[in-house]
Write a protein that binds this ligand. Structure first.
Ligand code: NAP
Length: 506
């Protein structure tokens, strides 16, 4: 049933195509959301549908002064939000969760329009994103401190977990819903207001979350979405004494700049950065099962996933069989507009991403890689890139060294497991690694030897609300989700309650 709300057409600034797919048109927002109000900047920036390049709408660009005002309002909200009963914060978060779940079809279609992924993947992301809100709504009631056996005579020692203050959250375009909720739910649950800066390619998913947060009843200033020029906004957030935590998901390049800027005010920083995941197939594995898993681990979100399997290592004796099985599985992928139910892989985010993918393939072929399948297959639009399988990849190739972020799979043979673990670790990244096989000794060797924050054995799916998501090395700092998720937005206050001497001197 269509939900009808009153709205101002000029405020929405969205195309007819976009409005036509929405049941609840109030979820389509162009303005920023600050202190419980929709706020316009002076300019608007277009957002394109990656599937066909059509402009689907515009988002507003705030000024520096408006960002500074938003910080002041969020800081004022902190004084009230932190004092609210944890139970009440939990109830508001649960209302937000329920509204998101009720609107998931609309939110998914909106995401497909701006991000390009398939509607099934988008629905999966909405549910994944909502699961963090539910988890942290429950955890809000369990933000415990501890008591410490005292080393000081007659003293009581304890700790209290306290919210740190305003949290700035800067997020990417590849998961425009879940990368926000995974941060915001933890921050809000523990008592911190949030200022969210979404990626310019995908602002509408963030603004729809703000509309639902408004309906859920977050007090003004607690939940804010600021849009506009990335560098100006992040510098204003980093320079402010009032912003106490900075949580970023995005490229390692930008993460390093933000760490530098946040040092000015010594903020608590958590960084979810790039990856270069190895996928190790053990010799006792069934090669068709391994190939199917590797295709799943490589091509989700058209390869634009920090967890994507970037370097696939296969035992020499099974190499050609694996390549054949992989190519067969990969060729089943159906390219198209994500709104079409038959599509299993959508476009890349923009033309620059397609250009980068071509460069990676050309570099690899120039350096001796073998094109096994894909690449020359016809594609349904300029932002599409055919899933491509390259064999005989070497460490000299960019496809091996860089985070690909595109549907190009690089496979290489190995003979020795110790050498493969060493090669897997030969990257500045350390987010996730996959291992497929049966031999428990070899699996254990991989689990211990791989220098990655997350190692998944015999499962492509590894993430979810109860786990500590995060990387080591230049893949990041801190963990999101699970019981560790609060730590990025809270401080431990130690209290020593001494005993004054009594009149009797005891
Ligand atoms: P990105 O270019 O680093 O952008 C991420 C965010 O930073 C966006 O909001 C962007 O805003 C902003 N930004 C860009 N340039 C900036 C600058 N100079 N100063 C301040 N902010 C700036 O990353 P992306 O291309 O959106 O996302 C892909 C990357 O994210 C990949 O490396 C991927 O591995 C990583 N990622 C990591 C995880 C994880 O959990 N570890 C999850 C998802 C993605 P604008 O859009 O307005 O430019």
């Amino acid at each position: 049933m269509t939900v009808v709300h009153r709205f101002h057409a000029e405020e929405l600034k969205a195309s007819h195509d976009m409005m036509a797919i929405m049941e609840d048109v109030r979820l389509v927002r162009s303005l920023a959301y600050i202190n419980g109000k929709w706020v316009t900047g002076e300019h608007f920036h277009p957002v394109e549908n990656p599937a066909d390049g059509a402009v689907i709408g515009y988002f507003t660009q705030l000024s520096q002064q408006q960002i500074e005002q938003a910080i002041i309002k969020a800081d004022a909200a902190f004084r009230r939000w932190r004092k609210m009963q944890a139970e009440t914060r939990s109830e508001i978060l649960m209302r937000w969760h329920d509204l998101i779940v009720q609107s998931k079809q609309d939110l998914a279609r909106l995401m497909v329009m701006e991000q390009g992924k398939t509607v099934n993947d988008a629905l999966g992301e909405i549910e994944y994103g909502a699961s963090f809100i539910r988890w942290f709504a429950e955890e809000a009631r369990r933000s415990y401190g501890e008591t410490i056996p005292s080393h000081i005579p007659n003293a009581q020692l304890s700790t209290i977990r306290e919210p740190i203050g305003v949290a700035a959250l800067i997020t990417p375009w590849n998961f425009p819903n879940a990368m926000i909720t995974r941060k915001a739910a933890a921050a809000l649950a523990v008592g911190c207001p949030v200022l969210i800066k979404p990626a310019s390619e995908t602002p509408f998913s963030a603004l729809a979350l703000a509309e639902l947060a408004d309906r859920a009843g977050f007090p003004p200033g607690t939940f804010n979405v600021v849009t506009g020029e990335a560098e100006m906004i992040s510098q204003a957030l980093c320079a402010s004494e009032k912003v106490k935590a900075l949580s970023f998901t995005g490229s390692t390049r930008v993460g390093k700049m933000l760490l530098r800027d946040a040092a000015q005010t010594v903020k608590k920083c958590s960084m979810e950065l790039g990856g270069n995941a190895p996928f190790i197939v053990l010799p006792d594995m069934d090669m068709s099962l391994a190939a199917k898993a590797a295709v799943d681990a490589k091509f989700q979100t058209a390869g634009q996933d920090c967890l994507a399997a970037n370097r696939i290592f296969v035992p020499q004796q099974h190499y050609e069989i694996f390549l054949e099985a992989f190519a067969h599985e990969m060729n089943q992928i159906v390219l198209g507009n994500g709104l079409d139910a038959r599509t299993t892989m959508g476009p890349l985010i923009n033309r620059a991403a397609v250009h980068k993918a071509h460069n990676l393939v050309r570099d690899a072929l120039d350096k001796g890689a073998r094109l096994v399948a894909g690449y020359h297959r016809s594609v349904p639009g300029e932002n599409f890139f055919a899933p491509t399988l390259l064999a005989d990849v070497t460490a000299e190739m960019a496809v091996y060294r860089q985070e690909n972020f595109c549907p190009v799979a690089g496979v290489l043979p190995y003979q020795d497991l110790d050498a493969v673990i060493e090669m897997s670790n030969d990257t500045e990244y350390g987010l996730a690694a996959y291992v497929y096989g049966h031999n428990i000794h070899q699996i254990w060797q991989c689990m211990r030897g791989l220098e990655f924050g997350m190692v998944s054995i015999n499962s492509v799916k590894m993430t979810g609300h109860p786990i500590p998501f995060g990387g080591v090395k230049q893949s990041g700092l801190g963990r999101e989700g699970g019981v560790h998720g609060f730590e990025e937005y809270s401080e431990i206050k130690y209290c020593c309650l001494g005993a004054l001497p009594t009149a009797s001197g005891s």
